[in-house]
Design a protein around this ligand. Structure first.
Ligand SMILES: Nc1ncnc2c1ncn2[C@@H]1O[C@H](COP(=O)(O)OP(=O)(O)OP(=O)(O)O)[C@@H](O)[C@H]1O
Length: 318
């Protein structure tokens, strides 16, 4: 997107742009966020958790919309509750529908640009609307827009000042599959340009498209963070399921059992064996030897459960 920038260029990729330290927030008896710590750099990070896990509260903490009961939040080294200037470098797509009233999309986004001190608010607003595939020249008022179009306006107002840190709470709600893809590409584009983009979702399939960097929040606590495939590898207390595709599945299965590197296995088809093991690296070596000894062709050795869905179900069910 080509909206003019007022934000200073973000720091190098290794610099923490967001720092959350031992942060807790409760509402009456409900603990929404509990002792959460993490840092974020440039790029796209997905915040994942079931409904009510504390995602919105955490994102609102990042934007200074609620105060932590304990702990600290720093955005670009500044406190978003106390340092109003940081909001020129911060964009938010809130979960709830804002009352847009009798404005056109261009008027609303231009107003947001003006409030954030953008030099040429009209041009920036037009560029931001174009970036989310909305027509800046549309004279209709916002209440006539569909849910998906209003959602895109919310994204346009969040990016109009080209913020260094962009916080998006379930931004794909109401969008059709093509628009979802476009929006996801836009987030990656911003991440690649050094922006820190944090996107929440409870839809796993959506999160997988945001990339592999995840924060998983469950009942207010950070259940895992990092690359979800690496997280899966750390879950040593649960066996890995691996599918082996070969032209001689029974021979390979028998030899694997004899070698003792598997906890269990099943021949699942004319060319497939699924094994369970807690020693993935040993298994990979053994499969190669076993296949050679059985004079079998080996077509694939693929993990069946290093996807985000498995990681998430494990963490939530733990
Ligand atoms: N202003 C508030 N007053 C009282 N309770 C709140 C408030 N905001 C959040 N909560 C409670 O804190 C918990 C976490 O809510 P939060 O909205 O942060 O979760 P979430 O992961 O965003 O869920 P969802 O995906 O359903 O929006 C919930 O139990 C919620 O009811």
């Amino acid at each position: 997107m080509t909206a003019p920038t007022t934000a200073p260029p973000p720091g190098p990729a290794s610099t923490a742009m967001v720092e959350v330290e031992a942060c807790s927030r409760w509402f009456g008896d409900v603990v929404a966020v509990s002792e959460v710590s993490f840092t974020l750099q440039a790029g796209v990070t997905a915040l994942l958790g079931p409904n009510g896990a504390g995602k919105s509260t955490l994102l609102r903490l990042l934007c200074g919309l609620v105060a932590p009961a304990r702990g600290t939040v720093r955005v670009l080294g500044r406190d978003p509750r106390r340092d109003i200037e940081v909001h020129r470098d911060l964009g938010l797509v809130p979960q709830q529908e804002t009352v847009f009233d009798r404005l056109t999309a261009l008027e609303l986004v231009e107003t947001c640009a003006l409030l954030r001190g953008v030099a040429d608010p009209r041009d920036a607003a037009a560029a931001a609307l174009a970036a989310v595939e909305l027509d800046p020249g549309d004279r209709r008022h916002l209440p006539t827009y569909s849910r998906g179009m209003r959602q895109r306006v919310k994204v346009a107002q969040a990016i109009v000042h080209d913020p260094a840190v962009l916080v998006l709470d379930e931004p794909l709600t109401g969008l059709d599959p093509r628009q979802r893809r476009h929006m996801t590409d836009l987030f990656h584009h911003l991440g690649d340009r050094g922006r820190c983009v944090v996107v929440s979702s409870h839809v796993l399939e959506e999160v997988e498209r945001f990339g592999s960097d995840v924060l998983v929040i469950v009942q207010g606590r950070l259940a895992a963070e990092g690359d979800y495939r690496a997280i899966r590898d750390l879950m040593d207390d649960r066996p890995h399921r691996i599918r082996i595709r070969t032209d001689r599945p029974h021979e390979v299965a028998g030899r694997l059992l004899a070698a003792g590197t598997v906890l269990g296995l099943e021949v699942t088809g004319p060319d497939a064996v699924v094994v369970e093991t807690d020693r993935v690296h040993d298994l990979r070596r053994t499969v190669a030897v076993v296949a050679r000894d059985a004079e079998a062709h080996l077509w694939e050795v693929a993990p069946l459960d290093d996807d985000l869905d498995s990681v998430f179900r494990y963490l939530v069910g733990r």
